[in-house]
Design a binder for this molecule. Structure first.
Ligand SMILES: NC(=O)c1ccc[n+]([C@@H]2O[C@H](COP(=O)([O-])OP(=O)(O)OC[C@H]3O[C@@H](n4cnc5c(N)ncnc54)[C@H](O)[C@@H]3O)[C@@H](O)[C@H]2O)c1
Length: 344
């Protein structure tokens, strides 16, 4: 699934993002460097910042940079609610056909959460479903509207195959396909049918399926029941915030958007946190763990492992955690602690 032999120091488009984005990006760059990650960053603009500065939320230069580098690390981007420009996140995923959104939820020792031993990887289909962007008002007075749920055999097969290949590559035992095929018999039924077909090619991996509402309940009662989950766009969007909640919240959740040929955009799951932006207190762990996934993706496994260990060490100590995790330090103090852990 990752056939590109990356250069020793690949160039990566860096979208710092809006709100807390610049603060968490600066901390992340520092820690990547301390861990020995060899990345040549190419800063580019997107989101509200780009809309304000260049009158375009997704400028051509940003698209060109990602097209050339095939790799990006992205901070959070603000999206106007209701009207305004279309989500830049959704546009980027569709433009580069990044069909698999991989969101690991792994318990981090010391981080306050309700469960121990959570180790779930959510693979969310990223280009179809209700997020395909096909919606309209059905009457001129805007009293009724409809969104079209699009599911294709092609889109289903490639993301479900990705989930099984991921499971095989990482020695995982089970893939659970989540759907609502009892009600949405055609769209979700197709996704489930394709899942059953693909599963036959992976006899060593247990396959089961679960209805989305039951999944939500089981995730909060017995998260250890789950290993790899593969699901459609909307359910994956919602359930991956739930799995982030199982390990301590959005502040510590990373994600990777992956397409064929190695093209990938790595991003924190959380948003721009406008309520704390500019105060230097944001938790950069989500973006840092996304950078760890980036280092693994480009074959820099040792730097990735050093960085992950440093993050875990800093998170294990309440003195060196950020306030959202009940800690006593700020963004820069937390990055200092990780750098100390890596270099000592
Ligand atoms: N991937 C993305 O770019 C992305 C994802 C979600 C939301 N958004 C956008 O972000 C904006 C704000 O959205 P929202 O308020 O619903 O969600 P949010 O994730 O920005 O914030 C929700 C709450 O979590 C806190 N929080 C989030 N990240 C944090 C961090 N790293 N450290 C400490 N606290 C953190 C915030 O302070 C806030 O109280 C919206 O414009 C939305 O569209 C972007």
């Amino acid at each position: 699934m990752n056939p590109i032999p990356y250069p020793a120091a690949p160039t990566v488009s860096l979208i710092e993002g809006d709100g807390i984005g610049p603060e968490i990006s600066a901390a992340t760059r520092r820690v990547v460097e301390a861990a020995g990650g060899r990345i040549a960053w190419e800063p580019v603009l997107a989101g509200m910042t780009a809309a304000e500065q260049l009158n375009d939320p997704l400028p051509p230069a940003t698209l060109e940079s990602i097209k050339k580098n095939q790799l990006a690390l992205k901070g959070p981007l603000g999206t106007p609610i209701g009207g305004g420009f279309r989500s830049v996140n959704v546009t980027l995923r569709q433009t580069f056909d990044l069909y698999a959104n991989v969101r690991p939820a792994l318990t981090i020792p010391g981080v306050p959460s309700r469960f121990a031993g959570v180790d779930i990887v959510m693979v969310r289909e990223n280009t179809e479903d209700l997020y395909a962007g096909v919606e309209h008002y059905v009457d001129p007075r805007r009293n009724a509207a409809e969104s079209i749920c699009i599911i294709t055999r092609f889109g289903s097969e490639r993301v479900i195959t990705y989930a099984f290949e991921y499971a095989r590559r990482h020695g995982r035992k089970k893939v659970t396909l989540v759907h609502k095929a009892n009600i949405l018999k055609m769209t979700n039924g197709l996704f489930l049918d394709v899942g059953r077909e693909v599963a036959q090619r992976y006899p060593e991996i247990v396959f089961d399926d679960l209805i989305v509402d039951a999944t939500a309940m089981k995730l909060v009662i017995a998260p250890e029941r789950f290993d790899v989950i593969v699901t459609m766009n909307l359910f994956g969007d919602i359930l991956s915030d739930l799995t982030a909640g199982l390990i301590g919240g959005l502040g510590v959740a990373p994600a990777a958007n992956i397409g064929d040929g190695g093209c990938a955009i790595f991003e924190a799951v959380h948003g721009t946190a406008p309520d704390i932006a500019g105060q230097g207190i944001a938790n950069p762990t989500g973006l840092m763990l996304s950078a760890v996934m980036l280092l693994e993706h480009v074959g820099q496994d040792e730097a990735a492992a050093r960085m992950r260990r440093g993050i875990h060490t800093a998170l294990a100590n309440p003195e060196t955690r950020t306030g959202d995790l009940g800690g006593k330090t700020n963004t820069a103090g937390y990055a200092d602690a990780i750098v100390r852990a890596i270099t000592s």
